[in-house]
Design a protein around this ligand. Structure first.
Ligand code: SAM
Length: 426
């Protein structure tokens, strides 16, 4: 198979593949750039990601615009034509590229592709009509996400709050970082939450001062909270369950803890090792399935960052909107329950376990914990106290659970997390 050497064609092929399956966008992009893209355009990878992420954020709005511009809707079977127009619209709207260049390029691509050549006139006409009419989306905010997600969020948070969640989730996030040396702020950045600093800089992360030298790593402000909720971990043993790619493990080591990581995925452990290598923060790593693993000792402090739908991270992973569904939530709930039941077996009496998920779904958060507490009489909730964590008070519920929502942090938002603190009764 010959390698693709035209940037727009690469973006189109990746969009086609992504829209047909449930593979995360990053994985599809990685596969293409490793196997199907010619070396002379490999440097365009971040541009491809930017365009397709913007498309994922706005897909419902872009399709609404396309539907207004076409008399007969383009058949859902012909996803390729629709993707040409979708990508061209992102180029026009988000990248503000000159209309003549965008339209001519897509018409040429269509003329040269067997499956598109009969539609080059349609693509030309739709894009020209868009420019002429300056067509805007007519969708309500509630229609910018899939119906099941609207139902889930509006049931949990109410309609007004959900609109705020949607708009924050569909905005591009700033870059939050944590320092290896917790005493310094070498880049002199504003502090968002304890141990979290915010950068509004765009561009390649590895070109920012101090990254290659391992002085900091990227971690959303919300993701720094679970480790802090464990309290003072200096010189203590902490079991970090479900560890990769290692953000919370690095934070715990930087806070002075002796950390043991348990993670099932070898591939993700490789990424985690790269992160530890770069920052010089080195916990013990065990590759194992927590459901089968037998620890040599029990722990006083455990962090369980369970696999979840990750709907709290849509700002960074807008592809999730299009690849997750209610069925995924159901299987996550089962796995989280099993992981929780297993994890508390690793606790010493009076030991503390912090459970967290980067999900906004009630069933993966509060619903999961309330059901777990009902079934497990040896475990109690240890309400997170506003006096102990004044910086987090806006996120703490009357029951002592902590939930961040994407719009609840000024100037740039925050990833959505649910966090609960549990202890084993003596
Ligand atoms: C939400 S991510 C963890 C993020 C990580 N704690 C961090 O801060 O970077 C969940 C992780 O759980 C791992 N996982 C899922 N099931 C597991 C199991 N049965 N045993 C061990 N790890 C598991 C996944 O491979 C994934 O890396």
């Amino acid at each position: 198979m010959s390698l693709l050497n035209d940037q727009r064609t690469v973006t189109l092929e990746i969009a086609n593949e992504f829209m047909c399956g449930k593979t995360p966008l990053n994985e599809v992009i990685e596969h293409f750039y490793n196997n199907r893209v010619a070396s002379e355009i490999k440097n365009k990878r971040s541009e491809t990601k930017f365009i397709l992420s913007a498309l994922c954020r706005k897909l419902f709005e872009i399709d609404n615009i396309i539907n207004q511009l076409t008399d007969k809707n383009i058949s859902p079977r012909n996803i390729m034509i629709r993707n040409c127009i979708r990508i061209a619209l992102v180029e026009l709207i988000d990248l503000e590229r000159p209309a003549y260049a965008v339209i001519n390029s897509w018409v040429e691509i269509a003329k040269n592709k067997k499956r598109l050549m009969h539609f080059s006139k349609l693509i030309n006409a739709v894009l020209r009509k868009f420019i002429k009419n300056n067509t805007k989306s007519t969708l309500d905010d509630s229609e910018k996400i899939p119906g099941w997600l609207w139902d889930s969020w509006s049931k949990t948070y109410g309609k007004t709050e959900t609109i705020k969640i949607i708009n924050a989730s569909l905005s591009e996030p700033p870059l939050d970082i944590s320092y290896v040396d917790t005493e310094t702020n070498m880049l002199q950045l504003p502090v968002t939450l304890p141990g979290s600093y915010r950068m509004n800089q765009t561009g390649k992360v590895n070109e920012i001062e101090g990254f290659k030298e391992g002085k900091w790593w990227v971690q959303d402000a919300g993701a720094t909270i679970p480790a802090n909720i464990l309290g003072d971990v200096r010189d203590k043993n902490v079991l970090d369950l479900c560890s990769a790619p290692g953000g919370k493990a690095m934070q715990l080591v930087a806070m002075g803890a002796h950390v043991t990581c348990v993670e099932i995925s070898r591939k993700r452990i490789d990424t985690m090792k790269d992160n530890f290598q770069r920052t010089g923060l080195k916990p013990e790593i065990i590759c194992a399935d927590i459901l089968k693993w037998q620890p040599e000792k029990k722990y006083d402090l455990i962090l369980l960052d369970a696999p979840c739908s990750a709907t709290g991270t849509i700002r960074k992973n807008p592809d999730l909107i299009h690849i997750k569904d209610q069925q995924d939530i159901k299987s996550n709930i089962k796995l989280q329950k099993m992981l929780l039941e297993r994890s508390v077996e690793f606790l010493n009496d009076n030991g503390v376990l912090v459970y967290c998920v980067c999900s906004l779904e009630y069933e993966e958060g509060e619903g999961q914990i309330e059901a777990f507490l009902k079934d497990n009489s040896s475990i109690s909730s240890m309400p997170i106290n506003k006096d102990d964590f004044p910086e987090y008070q806006a996120f703490i519920s009357p029951k002592g659970y902590l939930s961040t929502l994407p719009h609840l942090q000024e100037e740039g938002g925050i990833d959505g997390f649910f966090i609960s603190k549990l202890y084993k009764k003596f």
